[in-house]
Ligand binder design. Structure first.
Ligand code: HEC
Ligand code: HEC
Length: 216
């Protein structure tokens, strides 16, 4: 049975929802709980992140058009306990996936069309736009890393059109030291210099930006 090719998305959702609920129920997190016979390896991810990679719920980041190498890094970081700010949800899933399938899962999501931006929020400020594009008094422009594929800058994800709440959560958790898988603390040191208001404004601004075409 190829669930992914099933024409009715609701029919796809129901059995996967049950399977994921089973895995997430307390004390049942061990590997092998989900019968994945005949499933494409990314279908289990689609349960939360959507098969088109554009999750409707802000607690699940959009993966469509994200850099494959970034998807793989986050997956491995969660698997190996370096990233722990996922509310335990990804942690419950990573053991269900054969690590050999990770490259094809990451390429699947990376190849999907990028999400459309959200409607601009009322609190979008020109200060947030400046911080993002030009940098602030003591923060570099976000685009220096988040708009670049140069090997001279750390591997950073595309941010435009991501869920506003997700962006705000990540920035706040970098600032508070609850997310610590950024190499050399690069994001922790930047987020520490942003105020809560700047973080909220940046999240709102970035979510409303269209994602430019870039090489992976
Ligand atoms: C039960 C729900 C659930 C399932 C199933 C799931 N994830 Fe997630 N995933 C999450 C949550 C929740 C987060 C966000 C954690 C946070 O708030 O920091 C996340 C975060 C991520 C991130 C980080 C994205 C970013 O922009 O930082 C990646 C990559 C990811 N998931 C990949 C996957 C892959 C690949 C699969 C399938 C093997 C998968 N997820 C299955 C819930 C899920
Ligand atoms: C010097 C490079 C650099 C700069 C400048 C930078 N970042 Fe980052 N950022 C990174 C890296 C690297 C990561 C990924 C960390 C990891 O591997 O988990 C990241 C991750 C993030 C994330 C998490 C996204 C996700 O999908 O989970 C957010 C949000 C973020 N940065 C926002 C910003 C904002 C806003 C600015 C500007 C104020 C900024 N960054 C400036 C390097 C940078």
């Amino acid at each position: 049975m190829h669930l992914f090719r099933n024409s009715n998305p609701k029919a796809l959702f129901a059995p996967l929802a049950l399977a994921v609920a089973a895995v997430l129920s307390p004390g049942k997190g061990e590997a092998g709980m989900i019968d994945k016979d005949g499933m494409e390896p990314w279908e289990i991810c689609g349960m939360c992140h959507s098969l088109d990679g554009i999750s409707p719920m802000a607690k699940f980041p959009k993966l469509a058009g994200q850099r494959a190498a970034y998807i793989e890094k986050q997956f491995r970081d969660i698997h190996e306990g370096r990233r722990t700010n996922d509310g335990g949800q990804m942690q419950a899933i990573v053991t269900e996936v054969d690590p050999d399938d990770l490259p094809s899962i990451a390429s699947y999501f990376a190849a999907l069309p990028a999400p459309p931006p959200t409607a601009p929020g009322e609190d979008t400020t020109s200060h947030a736009e400046d911080l993002f594009n030009e940098g602030g008094d003591d923060t570099p422009a976000c685009l220096t890393c988040h708009g670049s594929t140069s090997s001279d800058v750390p591997l950073a994800p595309w941010l435009e059109a991501q869920h506003e709440e997700y962006l705000e959560k990540q920035l706040t958790e970098f600032k508070q030291g609850d997310r610590t898988n950024d190499l050399d603390g690069v994001m922790r040191s930047i987020a520490a210099r942003l105020s809560e208001k700047e973080i909220a404004d940046l999240a709102s601004y970035i979510a409303a930006q269209p994602r430019p075409e870039r090489s992976p």
